[in-house]
Design a protein around this ligand. Structure first.
Ligand code: DC
Length: 230
């Protein structure tokens, strides 16, 4: 039985695509690549350098001159990956509320997106990879062997995020989380460059009524059912 060598997963924020894909990658021994981390890394670095985030040229230049890479967990602290920027581990800095608030602006910049294409494609070429994002099936790896679009209703996604926050001991407000997700959905799917959309040849997986374990099993099954000729 052969497995698809390259698997792409797209979907909206909070759909579970990252947790599900990470678990499946571990099951089948594939490299897991969360491309949202690259946009988050650029956002963190731009804020750290106090760049004006509405200045596309500055942010694009930074993206062109920074070498990003993603490796499996180097810190052994249970994280899903380590994100390196010019060799520096910035993983702990890319999921902060400040980065959350600004990342859609950076992700909407054509120059920054272009600068990040090469690194994503070269990692994809390593093969045995599950790459997750918004435009992976449509733009980054349109020739991937298996493309999956993971979705869930807005209410379900907000509820999941709410419980995640409570589990990590952070303050959480369900209404606020829901509004934040809705705003990011709009920004990500209505932007001009590489908007979030389902590729015409992607398999649609709605996890609204599934537990995490059921969603992992469902995605794993799609991989097992895959045949080279479609
Ligand atoms: O998946 P995430 O929440 O970590 O993504 C962070 C941001 O990056 C979000 O605004 C969508 C954007 N993104 C993107 O535009 N293209 C990708 N391939 C991955 C993420």
């Amino acid at each position: 039985m052969s497995l698809p060598n390259t698997i792409t997963v797209d979907g909206p924020a909070g759909s579970g695509k990252t947790s599900v894909s990470f678990a499946v990658a571990q099951r089948i021994g594939y490299l897991f690549v969360d491309t949202g981390a690259f946009y988050r890394a650029m956002t963190f670095l731009a804020l750290e350098k106090r760049l004006n985030l509405s200045d596309q040229q500055q942010v694009t230049a930074l993206a062109l001159h920074t070498h990003l890479d993603m490796t499996p967990d180097l810190a052994d602290d249970g994280r899903q990956y380590t994100l390196l920027a010019d060799g520096r581990d910035i993983t702990p800095h890319i999921h902060t509320p400040t980065v959350d608030a600004h990342v859609s602006t950076v992700a909407a910049m054509p120059g920054a997106r272009d600068a990040l294409l090469d690194v994503q494609r070269s990692i994809g070429k390593r093969g045995q990879v599950i790459m997750v994002g918004r435009d992976i099936s449509t733009v980054v790896m349109p020739d991937a062997d298996l493309k999956i679009y993971i979705d869930a209703s807005l209410n379900e996604r907000a509820t999941r995020r709410y419980h995640q926050r409570l589990e990590t001991g952070d303050a959480a407000d369900l209404g606020e989380i829901r509004a934040g997700l809705e705003q990011r959905d709009t920004l990500d799917s209505q932007r001009k460059v590489s908007p979030l959309q389902q590729a015409s040849d992607a398999v649609y997986l709605d996890t609204s009524a599934m537990t995490l374990q059921q969603a992992i099993d469902a995605m794993h099954q799609l991989i097992l059912d895959w045949t080279p000729n479609g």
